[in-house]
Write a protein that binds this ligand. Structure first.
Ligand SMILES: [Zn+2]
Length: 234
């Protein structure tokens, strides 16, 4: 993978876009490079084929302007934080050498999201150990592991104002045509809302709680270090 500042790990193509595309767009505006790693091709999804979802993922990556996107090819619904999967993710981390690793939160109803959360924890730590699989590249541990919510609400450590990017985020999510409500197909959708509606409701909710139009929620383990207070004043 190419070098990046932030690496976004998703269980299925579209999870990163739903939760974090505002963060990716904000990083891009600050001149920071992002890359995406998807664990699976989403072949067990109720809607669309894996070929369709791979095409949609490529389109979304282009719309986001990410530097790279890799699919680990793990089996959908059977993601596990096993040794082989950890090695694949450690290789991606050591190649791209990000400062920030974004990964799912482990409180989720989808087993792949829970497993991907654990996979991220293991790979984040082990990729920094010099004697762990030296053939996979020079050791590197991202400075901060940041969690994003999936299907279960979490109380965020911080929220990121993505108001300026709400329209572009909607465009990015619309790339996943197979996952959008298309008249009469709502029976397949979680809580009757498609992925765009769920993302917009959540972003508006956290925006309303913090005084902006739209905000993405994130969690970090332990204290979050701020290097200045400017963003709290401005
Ligand atoms: Zn998912």
């Amino acid at each position: 993978m190419v070098a990046c500042d932030a690496l976004f790990l998703g269980p299925h193509p579209d999870d990163v876009e739903i939760a974090c595309s505002g963060a990716i767009l904000r990083l891009a505006r600050a001149g920071r490079r992002s890359a995406i790693v998807d664990c699976t091709r989403g072949e067990m999804g109720s809607r669309g084929t894996s070929d369709q979802r791979m095409k949609e993922a490529a389109e979304a990556a282009a719309a986001l302007g990410v530097a790279d996107r890799r699919n680990l090819g793990l089996p959908d619904t059977k993601v596990a934080a096993d040794d082989a999967s950890v090695r694949l993710l450690v290789a991606a981390i050591r190649e791209s050498r990000p400062s920030l690793l974004f990964a799912p939160h482990d409180r989720d109803v989808h087993p792949d999201h829970v497993a991907t959360a654990h996979l991220a924890s293991k790979a984040w730590f082990l990729s920094g150990l010099a004697r762990f699989e030296p053939g996979l590249g020079a050791p590197h541990r991202p400075r901060t592991l940041i969690r994003y919510p999936g299907n279960v609400p979490i109380e965020p450590t911080f929220v990121l104002d993505v108001s300026d990017f709400a329209d572009l985020k909607a465009q990015v999510i619309r790339c996943y045509r197979s996952q959008l409500a298309d008249g009469g197909a709502r029976g397949h959708l979680v809580q009757g809302l498609d992925i765009l509606e769920r993302a917009q409701v959540r972003d508006r909710f956290y925006g309303a709680r913090t005084g902006c139009a739209a905000a993405e929620p994130f969690v970090v383990d332990g204290p979050l270090l701020l290097r200045d207070l400017d963003s709290l004043i401005g």
